[in-house]
Design a protein around this ligand. Structure first.
Ligand SMILES: Cc1cc2nc3c(=O)[nH]c(=O)nc-3n(C[C@H](O)[C@H](O)[C@H](O)COP(=O)(O)OP(=O)(O)OC[C@H]3O[C@@H](n4cnc5c(N)ncnc54)[C@H](O)[C@@H]3O)c2cc1C
Ligand code: FES
Length: 512
């Protein structure tokens, strides 16, 4: 492997974060009452806040950490209605009308983002690009042909091809025209300034930890303050409050990895993704008067699979086989949730929660789906209806007996995985500096991480969400849950996922 892989010497950091400053909004220090409270300040929460502020509503965003540092700060930020192979499946499984709604929502989202960028003169490296899905395997050729036909039949400018501009041969590809890409944080931070400039409130480092249904709905923060709101949007990636919606049982989290390289060759333009696994996705972005080529892929279920470091190495190998790599200044990884039918859940949280809304399950296509979600929720809140509500309706499975069976089976798996953790861990010595180990403690398993300075960090490996046992993620130095994707630092703090409490300290349960 090339010795130009600079990014391996430092912890992972997305280019989007390295190239923008952090925000510094205050934490919530009192009880407040607003028209609309939005939990989560990623692309969905901030776009929704921007739109609702435009309706003269009193809006507050409650963000656990800092704005745009969640999945939105770690995305690849293609703005496209081309979501790998989807339209042929949607037509076959959901029918032409719902597939049309999905296509229209996502094409409209591209138009919406472009319009906003132009209107507000947002300097966010927005550019039009074609989006390609390609295959190098014969078995996917027919699916690509079908996808091109299905997308075109829904009004998308889709074309079947046998060559693409990348420097290798393909068996088949489909190209969507007039798609786009941008720098997600430059875009989001501009919207954030617009929201606060018009009196919208943003509270950072304010985690929502408890919820009371009612009119108004009450959110209780980690600091003990109450946010009372007529309407609430759960835009926390995984809904911080799911009511009786069983969201954890009808979505699964998948992580993917990205590297950003510099190369001797100029990138051909365009945005690309493979139809087959292991997934490979490519785009470029302006960088220091030249460009970075962003290569991502290597998806796997969170908390499962081989040691995570291997995924960055596989991407670096692919980069070196494809380009003359001169540097790799950035690498990062992140996760997104996929729903049972691959269409996000956007709308009323459940049929029993009339004033709570949700947007989740974007299947790694949340720039357009998330923008469409914010528009849909604005329309539901302001007009009571949206032309896209049927396809995204989170309650679409409520009456389906197969789904009830699926949820029960999922709950059984969680119980088994929670029981599995009672098995003794293999005897393990204290880890070496920079490494982790799992040992049996007095009350269950304890995760140990020894930092480079030799300090030992011990946490109880029981996930506070539903009790599954966490697994070590060596690439990001985190403990990750294989059940529903909660993640924690090696000190036990929440990074993301459904858990609302940190890990318990493991020191008192561990006898070296
Ligand atoms: C590897 C990868 C590549 C991707 N590439 C693309 C792409 O090219 N194009 C595309 O369209 N999509 C892409 N996506 C998907 C897209 O990035 C996501 O769907 C989108 O960013 C999700 O936005 P969000 O606002 O829902 O979540 P986030 O950006 O994660 O925001 C949620 C926020 O809620 C906060 N929060 C969580 N819990 C609480 C709580 N209890 N209280 C208060 N705040 C809370 C979090 O701190 C976070 O800031 C990709 C995803 C992955 C994983
Ligand atoms: S048990 Fe659900 S996220 Fe861990």
């Amino acid at each position: 492997m090339s010795n130009k892989i600079d990014a391996f010497a430092t912890p992972p950091q997305p280019y989007w974060m390295a190239s923008t400053g952090s925000t510094d909004y205050p934490a919530l220090e009192e009880d407040i009452k607003v028209d609309v409270a939005i939990v989560g300040g990623g692309l969905v929460g901030i776009t929704a806040a921007y739109l609702l502020k435009g309706e003269n509503l009193d809006v507050a965003v409650i963000e656990a950490d800092r704005i745009g540092q969640g999945t939105t700060g770690h995305t690849t930020a293609k703005i496209t209605s081309q979501h790998s192979l989807i339209y042929d499946k949607l037509i076959k499984h959901l029918g032409r009308e719902r597939a049309r709604q999905y296509a229209e929502a996502n094409e409209y989202a591209i138009f919406f983002i472009e319009k906003l960028v132009k209107q507000k003169k947002i300097d966010c490296d927005f550019s039009h690009q074609a989006a390609y899905v390609y295959t190098q395997q014969d078995q996917y050729v027919k699916q690509i042909e079908d996808e091109a036909k299905a997308a075109a039949s829904l009004g998308i400018r889709a074309h079947y091809l046998e060559q693409i501009p990348l420097p290798f041969d393909v068996k088949a590809a489909v190209r969507f025209d007039n798609q786009a890409q941008f720098h997600p944080r430059k875009y989001l931070l501009a919207l954030t300034e617009d929201i606060t400039g018009r009196g919208g409130r943003i509270f950072e480092q304010t985690r929502a930890v408890d919820f009371r249904e009612g009119d108004p709905f009450t959110i209780i923060t980690e600091g003990g303050h109450k946010v009372r709101a007529e309407r609430v949007i759960m835009a926390s990636h995984f809904p911080a409050y799911g009511g009786s919606g069983y969201y954890f049982a009808r979505m699964y989290p998948e992580r993917s990895y990205a590297i950003a390289i510099t190369a001797e060759e100029k990138f051909s333009g365009g945005m690309y993704i493979t139809a087959e696994s292991p997934g490979r996705s490519l785009r470029s972005t302006p960088y220091q008067g030249s460009e970075l080529i962003i290569i991502s892929g290597e998806h796997h279920k969170t908390g499962q699979g081989p040691p995570t470091e291997s995924h960055y190495l596989n991407l670096a190998r692919f980069a070196e086989q494809t380009f003359t790599v001169t540097g790799m200044p950035f690498r990062w990884s992140t996760q997104d949730y996929t729903t049972l039918d691959e269409v996000p859940y956007v709308g009323r949280l459940t049929s029993k929660s009339p004033n709570v809304y949700v947007a989740t399950g974007f299947r790694k296509w949340g720039m357009t789906n998330g923008t469409a979600a914010a528009i849909l929720l604005r329309d539901l809140i302001v007009k009571g209806k949206s032309p896209w509500e049927e396809v995204y309706n989170p309650a679409r499975f409520e009456a389906d007996p197969m789904v009830k069976k699926f949820i029960t089976a999922n709950l059984d798996v969680v119980k088994q995985m929670a029981a599995g953790k009672l098995k003794k861990a293999p005897a393990a010595a204290e880890p070496a500096p920079g490494e982790a180990a799992v040992v049996s403690g007095k009350e269950g398993k304890v995760g140990l991480y020894k930092d480079k300075e030799g300090r030992l960090h011990a946490v109880d490996l029981t996930c506070p969400h539903m009790g599954c046992e966490l697994a070590w993620n060596g690439a990001e130095l985190s403990w990750d849950c294989p059940c529903h994707g909660s993640r924690f630092t090696y000190e036990g703090d929440i990074i993301e996922g459904p858990a609302l409490k940190p890990l318990r300290a493991g020191g008192d349960k561990f006898n070296p």
